[in-house]
Ligand binder design. Sequence first.
Ligand SMILES: [Zn+2]
Length: 333
Amino acid sequence: MKLFIASLFALIFLPLVALYLPPARTMPYTITIGNARIDVTVQNGRLAVSEGESSDWVRSAAESVATYYGHFPLPHVLIRITPGEGKGVGHGMTYGEGGGLITIRVGAETTRADLRSDWMLTHEMLHLAFPSMREKHHWIEEGIATYVEPIARVRAKQKDASEMWYELVRDLPQGLPAAGDRGLDHTHTWGRTYWGGALFCMLADIEIHRQTENKKGLEDALREILEAGGNITHDWELQKALSIGDRATGVQVLTTLYDKMKDKPYQVDLHALWIELGVERDGKTVRFIDNAPLAATRRAITYGQTEAPAKSTSVSDSTSVFAGHRMRRGNSR
Ligand SMILES: [Zn+2]
């Protein structure tokens, strides 16, 4: 009888006790991108989107990063989604712990359309593909994620090129040095960290293309750094990453530009640069000028060397197709 009473107690009270326990992880699911495994857990709480819609969101972000790098940056990552108040995605954080962890909040009222236009999860996943830096070099981590995110989504057919360039023209001025600036290594404002870092990346991307006659780009440098083991689970010195990047492109662009921008307020005439690239702001969009001096560089930056927007390419043995995108497998460049 004692056993019966204990069972009765368990039956009635344990579910009540469970209500007051901290939320447990529920609904785990796994996504596979090439050889990489992404485990997703959703903390207890209500979400308006279905599990299928949230997994489509994770898959799209992972595919955009895999498109840019040629493969997903790490063999295994855990994504912990916490439902929150209201609408939209926020509070993304990426860690090297356990081989790669991303925590991100999704508002309970978030719709499928909100997830389809989200950029934050792509930004967080891009952090996986670069080594952890010292505090004063935080700008390169945020700069790469900020600059590459829209390019990765354009290349994965998730975003329009005109939207990407419109946003660059609109947002990049926030990365220019203000009065009293002491260079990227010593000016830790929000603008210089995110957009100053993105400015470094764009200038480097343009210059690599210019010096290699559009044969190499920033992605060649970033892919080589990743292939050399430079991912978020490792602490590296910035100089080491930049040197490896330069070795991949064959031109000393990253280390030279870093010397110019690290401890001085390096000035950039963005207006002149947009004209050279053939990007003309037109209200809430941009017009592309195809006979601009750096128009070919603009196209190479946008679409990469392997894929032009309107050109059809055949699938060869060295490529694999998933989710409608043509991908280079591994480090096949
Ligand atoms: Zn970030």
